[in-house]
Design a protein. Structure first.
Length: 334
């Protein structure tokens, strides 16, 4: 880490009025470590992508994404397949990737941890979808991609209220979606790992997960999910019953959730989703907490990788990531 671009979202998380002082503290840590740093304030996923591209052209070898999962999502799009590393500094409302990496909640402590982190190539998910104007688009994701109620939930979040109430707004809006959403069904087609036969299910919610620990209330939502996996762990809700959703989420909160024929956990490399014939429902697609567009959609794990800074002190479960043979950047060892 010699030349760093520190990209932050001025309105991510609560208390944005404290953001300037916090950024100044982060700059002081980097300069004390002898690291050249360029600061960039971003406004959207698109602007983050352009700023990362600019930083790479100026010779930055590391991008530090300061914000929530949405800021990370935007910053990483231009880093796919390259040697420049991405570091995560939790400063958003939702910091699932930071939680999975075992980073401290304090941005300054997280940065000090990243100064001794190991750059490791990790596989990425990719989602193909139709944007709000009907154009075919795609992007990479690192946390999760979802179709159904979770994406509808994101479409209803008010940015100003999110900034004011933070995680509490998530809980209120989640209850509102649960109480009012009709959970329309759509078709999901996939071939399970180890099988040669594709099958199609009618589902009301699908979530393809890439991390093992979301932090917060969800915590260990999907057993077996991990950044080093070259497959997807997919939760498929094959029901429209609100009570079944409520029972599952309540079990998640207490770490006692199980899977069944109604709420199924699938191990697959790709899943394709489309509207059912005759359906008039508009079903949304999201990735890493960012609303993307609508069906049809395809979610997969491809050959693309991201160079991610992995903290040196992580749990025994996550330490397997460093031993997993997925490749390291040139000039680095596992």
């Amino acid at each position: 880490m010699r030349r760093v671009a520190l990209i932050y979202n001025p309105v991510s998380g609560q208390h944005p009025e404290r953001r300037s002082a916090l950024i100044a503290d982060l700059l002081a840590v980097l300069r004390d470590a002898g690291v050249a740093v360029k600061v960039m304030a971003t406004e959207s996923r698109e602007s983050a992508e352009m700023q990362v591209q600019e930083a790479l052209q100026q010779g930055c070898d590391t991008i530090l994404a300061c914000g929530g999962d949405g800021t990370v999502h935007g910053a990483m799009q231009c880093l796919v397949g390259g040697s420049a590393a991405l570091g995560v500094i939790p400063m958003g409302t939702a910091n699932a990737l930071a939680a999975d990496l075992g980073l401290p909640a304090s941005p300054v402590k997280a940065l000090k941890t990243l100064l001794t982190a190991t750059p490791v190539r990790v596989p990425l998910g990719r989602v193909f979808y139709r944007d709000m104007e009907g154009r075919s688009r795609s992007c990479h994701f690192i946390v999760a991609a979802g179709i159904g109620a979770d994406a509808l939930f994101l479409s209803r979040l008010d940015a100003r209220l999110k900034q004011r109430f933070g995680y509490a707004l998530y809980l209120v809006e989640a209850f509102r979606v649960w109480a009012t959403h009709k959970f329309p069904m759509f078709a999901a087609s996939f071939t399970e790992s180890g099988s040669k036969t594709a099958r199609t299910e009618e589902v009301s919610q699908l979530l393809a997960v890439r991390i093992g620990d979301f932090g917060g209330l969800l915590h260990h939502l999907v057993p077996g999910a991990a950044l080093n996996n070259k497959h997807l762990r997919v939760i498929a809700f094959k029901t429209r019953k609100r009570l079944r959703y409520l029972r599952f989420m309540a079990a998640v909160l207490f770490g006692r959730h199980t899977f069944s024929s109604t709420v199924e956990l699938v191990r697959t490399y790709q899943v394709e989703c489309r509207d059912l014939e005759g359906s008039t429902a508009r079903l949304f697609v999201e990735a890493d907490g960012e609303l993307l567009g609508t069906l049809p959609a395809r979610i997969e794990v491809g050959a693309e990788t991201l160079t991610l800074l992995i903290p040196p002190k992580i749990s025994p479960v996550r330490r397997g990531l460093l031993r997993f043979n997925i490749g390291n950047p040139p000039g680095n060892s596992a």
